[in-house]
Design a protein around this ligand. Structure first.
Ligand SMILES: *[C@@H]1O[C@H](CO)[C@@H](O)[C@H](O)[C@H]1NC(C)=O
Ligand SMILES: *[C@@H]1O[C@H](CO)[C@@H](O)[C@H](O)[C@H]1NC(C)=O
Length: 468
């Protein structure tokens, strides 16, 4: 009578140990994983694992995409997998996303300092340098850098993830989210669409949601909200606002610019706008001092300027990230190679992207994803004038109307700590819009704590906190 509970317990313990053992075998093939990072130079001691390396994305094995994968700080097995993509097109998710926005470390001189609000507190973070020619990603044949566009990028990204799962099979069925910003407003919906299509044949991608920060979703709406943003923030005069909205608006200017046919009227308007806004204000954050984030400008492309205004207003001589990632010992620790380029750059100089792809609307793809049941969050750092919150908010509201989604959370503030983190509205419990108060185009860089709160709520599928 006495012994049986003990016996049952003993058996249970043995069973649990076996289970644990088999789980460990299953969950930690990373022991001896060739992509495992032993330690990054200057890195403080941490309890989580990091990996980086290459995945080839074509059958001739010419094209290799570089990734950096950071497991969650605690209990990675219970946390989702999140793919992060920066925009440009042509800028690095490693240098911008991981090392200045939401990764665990930021370079500072010879060392790496911890980012306390790293997104790997909530998820296993996968940073991908894409498309080919960005950062450490490369091809053996230089023709791969020509005429790269949205379509090739989405396909390569899909193949990347399929093959990445072969390296990390224990993540194959994990909840997957895709997040990113700026031109990733193209990359992410286009990749998600391919996943949804692929899943119809073979259910591979356990896609649970996408989040788009200051995204390019519909070129004209996004770009033309700039005029009012400049004007209402005092960056341009009344009369300049008038010509910027009548004689030549920004979408027309950009469209002419990328067709090499800038009209004299547009040039005149843009010169006036540039002169008043001044090159000493960062368009990606109209309140931030220029030195800090000019380095982080992930898109010369989204912000073309007439000749007089040089894009290289880099008043900071030292660029910590560029310096760090160009160290030979760092590249060795990352298993990274420089092929066809002399140095690692924040944004690619060899990639020849089809810039007119800017004009492809991706808000319609976002609509089809919602119809397929994929939750979508569009968020805006509210100090960004490049892709201002007003354009994104308009696009989300229009989409909700088109899909006949009712408002489930009315426009209201959300809290982080005891302060307002921004504003939010939710439609049909599936489409959300949120601003991050005081944040730049690279929101997690300028408002890390608020951004982490937003990220956490997004992963949990909950509206942002209504009270503090
Ligand atoms: C490219 O060339 C190098 C050197 O010949 C080779 O090691 C590599 O496997 C090739 N392919 C890729 C994707 O790097
Ligand atoms: C911008 O300019 C284009 C071309 O002139 C025009 O079709 C469009 O309606 C304008 N958009 C706005 C918001 O002014």
């Amino acid at each position: 009578m006495h012994s049986s509970p003990w016996k049952a317990m003993a058996i249970a313990v043995v069973f649990l140990q076996l289970l644990r053992f088999s789980m460990e075998v299953e969950l930690e093939p990373s022991l001896g994983h060739s992509d495992k990072i032993v330690r990054l130079p200057g890195q403080p001691k941490v309890g989580f694992q990091q990996f980086s390396g290459y995945v080839t994305v074509d059958n001739r094995k010419h094209k290799a995409l570089f990734y950096y994968f950071v497991e969650a700080e605690t209990d990675p097995a219970s946390k989702p997998l999140v793919l992060w993509l920066n925009g440009g097109p042509g800028c690095s998710s490693l240098g911008v996303g991981a090392f200045s926005e939401n990764g665990p470390f930021r370079p500072n001189g010879e060392v790496l300092v911890r980012n306390y609000y790293s997104w790997n507190r909530e998820a296993n973070m996968l940073y991908l340098e894409t498309p080919i020619g960005v950062g450490f990603s490369y091809s053996n044949s230089s023709s791969s850098y020509e005429a790269v566009g949205d379509e090739i990028t989405a396909r390569d990204n899909l193949v990347f993830l399929q093959r990445w799962y072969n390296k990390f099979p224990h993540y194959r069925h994990r909840d997957l989210f895709i997040t990113g910003e700026s031109y990733a407003g193209h990359y992410i919906p286009q990749l998600a669409k391919l996943m949804v299509e692929f899943n119809k044949k073979q259910n591979v991608f356990n896609l649970k949601g996408i989040a788009l920060g200051n995204p390019v979703l519909e070129f004209a709406t996004d770009f033309n909200s700039r005029a009012e943003y400049f004007w209402s923030h005092g960056l341009i005069s009344d009369s300049t606002y008038r010509i910027f909205t009548s004689v030549c608006n920004y979408s027309r200017y950009v469209s002419e610019y990328y067709r090499d046919s800038v009209s004299s009227s547009c040039l005149r308007v843009m010169n006036q706008v540039s002169q008043e806004t001044s090159k000493f204000v960062d368009k990606y954050d109209v309140t931030l001092d220029v030195c800090i984030s000019s380095v982080l400008s992930q898109s010369k492309v989204l912000n073309p300027q007439p000749q007089q205004v040089s894009e290289r207003i880099d008043v900071c001589v030292e660029d910590k990230i560029v310096n760090y990632l160009n160290r030979k010992d760092v590249q060795k620790a990352l298993h990274a190679r420089l092929v066809g380029v002399r140095r690692w750059d924040v944004c690619s100089n060899i990639l020849d992207y089809q810039l007119l792809n800017l004009e492809i609307p991706t808000i319609t793809i976002v609509g089809s994803l919602i119809k397929a049941g994929i939750p979508v969050l569009v968020y805006s750092g509210d100090q960004d004038s490049v892709i201002p919150l007003t354009g994104s908010r308009t696009l989300v509201a229009k989409l909700a109307k088109k899909l006949e989604l009712e408002t489930t959370v009315p426009y209201r503030v959300w809290f982080q700590g005891k302060q307002v983190g921004g504003w939010t509205q939710v439609y049909g419990n599936i489409l959300s819009f949120a601003t991050i108060r005081g944040a730049s185009h690279e929101a997690p860089f300028s408002q890390p704590e608020r951004s982490l709160m937003l990220f956490k709520s997004f992963l949990e599928g909950k509206p942002l906190p209504e009270i503090f």
